[in-house]
Design a binder for this molecule. Structure first.
Ligand code: SF4
Length: 458
């Protein structure tokens, strides 16, 4: 409860109609005025520490004191564990509207940490100072100070050298995390394999040059142990486990079951009888050991003899979400992209997964094959997606093709005189596919969204 009666001051606003001290997730809060500075509200929830400076700026830390997010009215910075920062900015009408996103240079990413840390230190020092007048507190000033101080101390010490050390620790455990589906950006990544078992699709350079291998059970056990220790209390905000790298599900079912078993030794997954769509936040939110299931990428061209019984065993072991790169429903385009999957294999995979109550994400590569393949790509992708038994908890992602000069795709497109689509044509292709989709009323509509590889940070 706020101390309004003792100190009736206006609470800083969360939204126009709501004071920060009325946000239910913020079980702990303190508001005061910084000397020579703005009014500040410190909010502590089950998953993060947030510092609101006046009504303009919000600075978010995970519970291990790592800077993770900054936002003001116009801009948004998301800092990842690898130290990369994704910057988003609202474009004004003269700029065409919408949002511009881009990953900052390493130097600019370091500057973000450098610029914010003195503010956090000033806030930390203010709440240590008995003379600071607390305007609002929840549940009480003494209790709030006691709960906030340890996390705020960590946040205040997250200066540029501390951030660099943290990135080094991250790299020692993970190397790098190449990509995740958008709804999994918040997952705990665990790498049971390295590289892609195929690495031959012309449009994909994510794992080129990375030797594919699987970790032994002991190696994977140590990796999980190190990852859990590294994330620390930051795990309280992470919802699911993402099994990497690339197509880790290409491993035989028996090996995957062993991996899942190793995960379950250290972390808790929902019981098999819990439906995949029914695992609420109350299961995992704020708990550093609990997750709502295992997610992973799957290619549709290895283990094509896997049966529903195999998938059921994997689901019982914790598998709850699978992401398939369909890319296109047009066999001729898949062949041209050197993706050895057929649309029928992807369709069969999705049918088996849905039969076993596993949530599915299907990824479509928009712009692939340029103008020459566009008509077949749109027509056949609509056909295959409409045959898939997708429903309200599933995902369809539209991922714009990214062509790097000199890449295999680039060379092949030049050799075969394939005309690239303009940005506008790519957008139009996505709309054409979306407009052609028909969903079953009973199953509901999957979530449809863009999947931008270039703005991925972890
Ligand atoms: S698209 Fe998938 S299967 Fe193809 S190279 Fe990339 S990670 Fe491997």
């Amino acid at each position: 409860m706020s101390d309004y009666s003792q100190n009736p001051v206006e609470a800083l606003r969360y939204q126009a109609q709501r004071g920060l001290d009325n946000v239910p997730g913020y079980a702990t809060g303190l508001q005061f005025q910084l000397s020579d500075g703005p009014r500040v509200y410190i909010a502590l929830s089950a998953t993060e520490l947030v510092l609101y400076l006046g009504s303009d700026l919000a600075v978010h830390y995970d519970l291990k004191g790592r800077l993770v997010k900054i936002s003001d009215h116009e801009q948004f910075w998301r800092r990842s564990l690898s130290g990369r920062v994704l910057h988003s900015r609202k474009l004004i009408a003269e700029e065409g509207g919408g949002i511009a996103r881009g990953v900052l240079s390493d130097g600019d990413a370091r500057t973000v940490v450098q610029q914010i840390q003195p503010h956090t230190t000033a806030i930390y020092e203010a709440i240590q100072n008995a003379a600071t007048q607390i305007e609002l507190a929840r549940p009480s000033a003494a209790e709030a100070r006691q709960r906030i101080t340890p996390v705020l101390r960590l946040a205040a010490s997250f200066d540029e050298p501390a951030a660099a050390r943290d990135v080094q620790q991250f790299q020692a455990i993970y190397g790098r995390v190449a990509v995740l589906p958008p709804d999994q950006y918040n997952a705990l990544v665990l790498q049971a394999t390295e590289g892609c078992a195929y690495a031959g699709c012309t449009f994909c350079g994510l794992y080129r040059g990375v030797k594919h291998r699987k970790k032994s059970a002991d190696e994977f056990r140590k990796h999980i142990h190190d990852a859990v220790r590294y994330h620390g209390d930051g795990l309280r905000a992470r919802r699911s486990i993402f099994l990497g790298e690339a197509n880790a599900l290409t491993q035989p079912t028996s090996i995957l079951k062993e991996f899942f078993h190793v995960i379950a030794e250290q972390l808790e997954l929902p019981p098999p009888e819990q439906p995949s769509s029914g695992i609420g936040a109350s299961w995992w939110l704020g708990d550093e050991k609990r997750f709502d299931g295992i997610s992973s990428f799957l290619d549709a061209f290895t283990n094509t003899n896997r049966t529903a019984a195999d998938y059921r065993e994997l689901r019982n072991g914790g598998l709850r979400r699978v992401y398939i790169g369909l890319e296109s429903g047009a066999p001729v385009l898949l062949k041209w992209l050197r993706k050895p999957a057929t649309p029928e294999a992807a369709l069969k995979c999705v049918q088996l997964l849905k039969e076993c109550d596993i949530i599915v994400g299907v990824i479509v590569l928009i712009g692939a094959g340029g103008r020459e393949h566009a008509a077949a790509h749109v027509r056949e992708t609509i056909r295959v997606l409409n045959e898939m038994p997708l429903g309200r908890n599933d995902y369809i992602y539209f991922s714009p093709l990214v062509v790097y000069p000199g890449s295999q795709y680039d060379t092949q497109a030049m050799n075969d005189a394939v005309t690239p689509l303009s940005v506008e044509e790519v957008h139009q292709q996505e709309q054409e596919i979306r407009l052609g989709l028909r969903f079953n009323l009973q199953r509901g509509k999957p979530y449809l969204a863009r999947y931008e590889l270039e703005t991925f940070v972890y």
